[in-house]
Design a protein around this ligand. Structure first.
Ligand code: 16G
Ligand code: MG
Length: 545
């Protein structure tokens, strides 16, 4: 077949270094950019097959999110804008690791297993972040698409959530919105402006927000969007990429892990600030108080704010919809307690990784999911959306119910339901604070985080650690969980767990306790246990001061 000859010819221009093995991990392939050219070409091939199989448009995003600038990566996006299904993650790994001479056989294997009709048309949307390697790597994806006779549409520089959005818009034939960047801004910003109309007498101070763009794509896109906001949100943009390095000492991941302000942001005491990550699918908020102390409002605080807002609106609207919150083991214990005990919201805990949270959130009428690191969104079931819509258009209800229904309707529109989206989350949070007349300090004081610490331990093979109960307990190696249990008993309000990272060659340790000192000590003790029982390499972990 000439199609396969073309693949063979083109793949020679994107050769795989012999022996290199890479895994489609939690967030796709991710490693130093110089190892990725063949991966990109092959993901172009795979996306084309996926498109033929689903008879829908598939997305391919070239980014390594919060990783250093030298890295890059690639993720596949399924028809409704969700992460590609696990079986196809497996195909991705197979295709990526086939040696050059075995590539056609690997490709034919997928075609056969999935019974793909090769005469079917294929369409692939491609996006990239601002990394210097992204241009040639996204070209390699498009080469892969065309080698199999597919059509690609190059969206160029977009955030990861924007690409997810485009794919969903395309496959819903415009029902979800226009599959253009302009369409994205106008849908979100119109909803935002409608929401803020019900906030009375906002001062310029309340309309102001400082944004750390992590020197990445999010910064470019915030700038592009600004005109659509009609000054209802006034953004001071820092780390816009004009001088600083991508993700270097800035961005959501830096702020969350280091629990400190990014460099490059001018912050006055009490001022509301937020940071995006390198591909703008995560956001965290923060401020420093008059004593110079740093306060972080992470994904858990965001989930709480959004859940509170939605719950109040549902009550006011008199709508009986089941709302739930989805978290991971990293969620601060105080947030879980607040959601369950004070707000009476059902809370589910899943494994780390967006696809797990997204899936669990689909089981509710309204599912609010957030990882503590700031990745999250809200999902509305079709039935929930229809009920909200009907109520908002009902002429026979009182003003309070009508107002609540309209607010819910605009909330649905401001949210990017396909995936966590820093820009969309930012607009929703700003709208909620405006409507509730709430300061960032008031938001912060909803509950107090338990002090916590995250550490990494290097081991020879992190796969020796196996976990259960949504990663909260280790089942192997033998003795590790017992060791953790007895360490945890030494501290008040303590909790700790370990898990192999899905994106880095390390074991991650999390500990929380009543005081920072206890959390630090516990994290250190658990690191030592991991080092001793799970084959630590390099020197023993040292207590960090
Ligand atoms: C990826 C995941 C993120 C998760 C993180 C954990 C997606 C799109 N992203 O960035 O959800 O929190 O990995 O990293 O799924 P780790 O396994 O290295 O701790
Ligand atoms: Mg990201």
């Amino acid at each position: 077949m000439s199609q396969f000859q073309e693949v063979l010819k083109q793949s020679g221009l994107h050769p795989k270094p012999a022996g290199l093995v890479l895994q489609y991990g939690t967030a796709g392939f991710r490693t130093n950019a110089k190892h990725l050219d063949h991966i990109m070409f092959r993901m172009g091939l795979l996306a084309t097959l996926r498109s033929k199989k689903t008879t829908a448009t598939i997305g391919v995003m070239v980014t390594a999110s919060h990783n250093p600038e030298e890295d890059n990566g690639v993720k596949l996006v399924d028809p409704m804008g969700e992460m590609v299904t696990p079986t196809w993650e497996g195909y991705a790994t197979q295709l990526a690791n086939a040696e050059q001479e075995d590539l056609l056989a690997a490709l034919k294997d997928v075609i056969e297993k999935e019974a793909i009709d090769m005469s079917q048309e294929a369409n692939v949307f491609v996006g990239k972040d601002t990394r210097s390697s992204s241009a040639s790597l996204s070209q390699a994806v498009m080469d892969g698409v065309s080698a199999l006779g597919g059509h690609s549409k190059d969206y160029g520089l977009v955030t990861t959530p924007q690409l997810h959005y485009m794919v969903c818009c395309q496959n819903t034939k415009g029902k979800y919105g226009d599959a253009t960047v302009e369409g994205y801004y106008s849908k979100l910003c119109q909803a935002f402006i409608q929401l803020t109309k019900s906030a009375s007498n906002r001062t310029d101070d309340q309309k102001h927000l400082s944004v750390d763009g992590a020197n990445g794509i999010g910064a470019l896109k915030v700038r592009e969007m600004e005109a659509h906001l009609k000054k209802e949100l006034q953004i001071s943009l820092f780390n816009d990429g004009s001088k600083g390095k991508l993700n270097h000492q800035c961005g959501a991941d830096f702020v969350k892990v280091q629990q400190k302000a990014p460099t490059g942001v001018e912050m006055s005491p009490g001022e509301r600030c937020c940071s995006f990550d390198g591909d703008a699918d995560r956001i965290v908020y923060y401020f420093t108080d008059s004593e110079g102390q740093f306060h972080l409002l992470d994904g858990d605080k965001i989930a709480t704010l959004i859940s509170t807002f939605l719950k109040e609106l549902l009550t006011q609207a008199g709508l009986d919809l089941k709302m739930g919150a989805v978290q991971t083991a990293y969620a601060n214990g105080s947030s879980t307690r607040y959601l369950e005990d004070t707000m009476k919201v059902t809370v589910r805990c899943t494994k780390t990784g967006v696809k797990h949270l997204h899936h669990a959130a689909q089981e509710f009428d309204i599912g609010v999911y957030f990882e503590a690191n700031g990745h999250g969104t809200v999902l509305f079931s079709k039935a929930a959306e229809e009920k909200i819509q009907r109520l908002a258009e009902d002429a026979n209800i009182n003003d309070e119910r009508k107002r609540a229904a309209r607010l819910l309707q605009n909330t649905v529109n401001v949210i990017n339901q396909t995936v966590g989206d820093a820009i969309s989350d930012m607009l929703l949070i700003e709208a909620i604070l405006a409507i509730k007349g709430m300061t960032v300090q008031q938001w912060d004081s909803i509950y107090s985080d338990l002090p916590n610490r995250q550490l990494k331990v290097k081991v020879a093979d992190r796969r020796v650690i196996d976990t259960t109960d949504a990663e909260r307990r280790a089942v192997s190696p033998a003795g590790l969980q017992d060791a953790i249990d007895s360490l945890v008993k030494k501290y008040r309000k303590a909790r700790s767990f370990v898990r192999p990272s899905g994106t880095e060659d390390v074991v991650r340790v999390y500990a929380e306790a009543e005081t920072q000192e206890s959390a630090d000590d516990l994290a250190h003790d658990v690191s030592l246990a991991v080092y001793r029982l799970a084959g630590g390499v390099g020197g023993e972990p040292k207590q960090q001061l």
